[in-house]
Design a protein around this ligand. Sequence first.
Ligand SMILES: *Cc1c(COP(=O)(O)O)cnc(C)c1O
Length: 435
Amino acid sequence: MTTKTCIPFHSTRGNVEPVNLETALARGLAMDGGLYVPERFPRLTAEDFSWPRSLPETAQTLLAPFFACSSLEAQLDQICEEAFNFPVPLRQPEHATWQVLELFHGPTAAFKDVGARFLAQCLDRLQADKLVLVATSGDTGGAVAAAMDECKSLQVAIAYPKGMVSARQEHQLTCWSDSVHACRIDADFDTCQSFVKRAFADAELSTLPLTSANSISIGRLLPQMVYYAHASLDVFHSTGKLARFVIPTGNLGNALAAVWARRIGLPIGEIVLATNANRTISRYWMLGLWSPEATVATLANAMDVSDPSNMERLKHLFPDPSDTVHGIQAASASDRQIADTIVATHQRHYMAICPHTATAVHALSVVRPSDGQDVIVATAHPAKFESIVEPLIGRTIKMPDALAELMERPTSVQDLPADYSAFSRALLDIHPTKT
Ligand SMILES: *Cc1c(COP(=O)(O)O)cnc(C)c1O
């Protein structure tokens, strides 16, 4: 018999005992307010992954060390098959030296489907009977709702900023069964996120079985490493080069997964963080100064975040700030640059891209070159942001079938003021304590 080594999860703030995977998945946030991180990373290199292989197979090999000794270990294969049931293709656009990793072929046409589906599969198998609480700046809520709508043991509450999400995004937040409750809050995303964080710490809500599905949830971060592993292996086997991923970044969950995959040993070179006019990250990389300002609304609205939560995990991984800067570059794009990039990419490469993906294409044009293979990470389907993209490129974009089907459904939503007590009362109404 081989002895297995388990990987516990501990808090970035280090004030509580480490927990096992099930507890980290079910709690979302650590009890000291910190974020869960694996106590150590397994070491896996390209040789550990026979090639070619399917995406679920990459997922199983990559995630097995994190699931060792957990009650979900025997079900990991099934979880991976269910969660990674849509393609994540790497494409070569015409006349481009870079490739595109398309993360938008899931049910709600954005990369968050990956993490949301994986987390839903895990929680449902833990028979958790949870109220899943999400703050969303656009895409998270829809992906979580789509992934959890049919999970019998789960209820979902979504807090989103009024007037700051697109019509199609809003439809995807509000078109579900009674187990999904959409709260439209008269505030910005950071306020919605602060309400959600406060709810977890609120003694008056301690009777509710709350859990998180934001990108702070470890159950979303772990599976996001999978497409970076798979794409980097693909690039490595076809070109012999390290992949340099250019990643549209808001709350830093997607990019952090790439950093973790590189730490594990996958053939990933430099990582480029692309932000919109919310410049906290690019300023930090330029000046070494962490100074979040008020959030501004941009064309790439799912990235309208000025104080990305996952920075706490990145700082935890690199306690010395000079190490953070090493191997990672950052660049930001104004709305004007996003629009110009959408037009230019359509003209040069015959390719329609969403405003988030455009920040990455723009970033690639301004960062220092590397000897790796550049890979633009496409985080949403352009049809999701048709009101921005279609006028710029002068043609209509066909909606993916899954998305078109969602748009036909009726919607319901609860409007709330920018007041935490109204939000907490709404939560108590949603899930009356069973006594
Ligand atoms: C959420 C989102 C992002 C930002 O991802 P983070 O993990 O928050 O950095 C980028 N693009 C799209 C389309 C998104 O939905």
